[in-house]
Design a protein around this ligand. Structure first.
Ligand code: CAA
Length: 387
């Protein structure tokens, strides 16, 4: 069976404007404090507020629901620029956009959109997405947190972990088991507000990278949530999580490309300037080889990511393509940032040059929103069905 694949490589005026706006903001507002926030594990609260005012917290949400109505390519271009300056800030941006707002936009009832989506997409509230539990990482349907119906409420009990923006968010999309006997078909999702009785957050995790973004456990101790806060039907939760994560993976790919691009640009500038054996190290074959591999890896990952974005906007299946994009981009971010540090040598190993931060930030892109191994599983399953 022969299939034609078409792709338009020209970005529209609107996409380029979004990219330029994000680049200016990232250079002027994110880069200057990024190293300090990383060191102090300080959440970029002011920067997130500004991004909300600029329409960057609900990029793919229609204006009627408080968003900017951008397409997914614009979203990728913006996230790449933000991540180039500060991958930590990209975390709350991507979670709020592609996990929280996307979930409410696709599955939320009108009242839920009025109550939460408008404020989340305009940056007045910040959202988090809570699927993982201590025993349920890659095996995401193996949840123990329960939501037991009690007339017009559910009582949620259990522990969630690895929740990005868990501390700084106002409302969390919480996945819990409403019917134990039916496996993943018994999972439902709820919008749970901070301050709800029985809902508390754990300590901020002390992480290797993306240290400006907060990650924590969430505890639910008989937390009563109105039935009006259940999103979708009972039992729809797992499928909702998987669908939303497909979009999320495009965002993480864009984040990884931003980190890789920053590392490559630093490596090239340094290689031209640094002299050894009487000449710039950029003249050595071993350094040129690294630069060629960096540039090719980044271009490939970007093409895969924008292909997934185009398919998503066309309303076509893009699960496999999103997995390929995330797999490729996160591996590229790790290898490019590691080779960048190698080119810098000892200077890359100290904090002053901002190179080691890129390598530390790159690592998480191979882990969250589905590990590299999970992406390969999704790709292989799809190929085995297709061919
Ligand atoms: N879209 C829609 N539905 C999907 C789907 C998708 N992409 N993938 C699977 N499903 C559906 C299946 O169709 C199936 O439903 P039906 O029986 O009705 O058809 C159901 O879900 C179960 O599917 P599987 O049998 O494939 O499920 P599985 O248990 O084998 O798991 C998996 C598959 C790919 C490994 C999945 O568990 C997975 O993606 N794991 C990784 C989880 C993950 O990404 N976690 C990140 C959490 S968020 C985070 O990182 C923190 C943060 O704050 C950023």
């Amino acid at each position: 069976m022969w299939k034609l694949f078409k792709m338009d490589f020209n970005y529209s005026e609107e996409q380029l404007l979004v990219q330029k706006t994000a680049m200016d903001f990232a250079r002027d507002q994110l880069l200057p404090g990024a190293a300090e926030r990383d060191e102090k594990m300080e959440f970029p609260a002011d920067q997130i507020k500004m991004l909300g005012e600029m329409g960057f917290m609900g990029m793919m949400v229609p204006e009627a629901w408080g968003g900017s109505g951008f397409d997914t390519i614009s979203y990728c271009l913006a996230l790449e620029e933000i991540s180039k300056a500060d991958a930590s800030t990209a975390v709350p941006v991507s979670v709020n956009n592609s996990l929280v707002c996307a979930l409410l936009l696709k599955y939320g009832a009108k009242e839920q959109k009025e109550k939460y989506l408008k404020k989340l997409s305009s940056g007045k509230l910040l959202g988090a997405f809570s699927l993982s539990e201590p025993q349920a990482g890659s095996d995401a349907s193996n949840l123990l947190t329960s939501a037991v119906r009690d007339e017009d409420h559910y009582i949620i009990s259990g522990t969630k972990n690895w929740v990005s923006s868990g501390i700084n968010s106002d409302v969390v999309m919480v996945f819990a088991v409403t019917e134990k006997e039916v496996g993943y078909k018994g999972i439902s999702v709820f919008a749970v507000e901070k301050g709800s009785d029985g809902f508390s957050t754990g300590k901020k995790e002390n992480k290797l990278g993306i240290r400006g973004s907060d990650t924590c456990e969430l505890y639910f101790d008989d937390c009563r949530v109105s039935v009006d806060n259940r999103i979708g039907e009972e039992g729809d939760g797992f499928s909702i999580a998987m669908t939303v994560l497909d979009g999320g993976r495009i965002g993480i790919a864009a984040q990884a490309i931003g980190i890789a691009q920053a590392a490559m640009e630093k490596a090239i500038a340094y290689a031209k300037e640094r002299k050894q054996f009487g000449k710039a190290i950029a003249s050595f074959g071993s350094v040129r080889e690294k630069i060629a591999e960096m540039a090719t890896g980044i271009a490939s990952a970007r093409l895969l990511t924008h292909r997934a974005a185009v398919l998503k906007d066309q309303g076509k299946p893009f699960s496999k393509e999103a997995a390929m994009a995330k797999y490729s981009a996160s591996e590229t971010a790790m290898s490019v940032s590691t080779e960048c540090l190698q080119i810098f040598g000892g200077y890359g190993y100290i904090k002053e040059y901002g190179v080691e931060r890129l390598m530390r930030d790159a690592k998480i892109t191979q882990i969250y929103e589905g590990t590299t191994e999970v992406q390969k599983l999704v790709i292989a399953r799809s190929m085995l069905e297709e061919v």
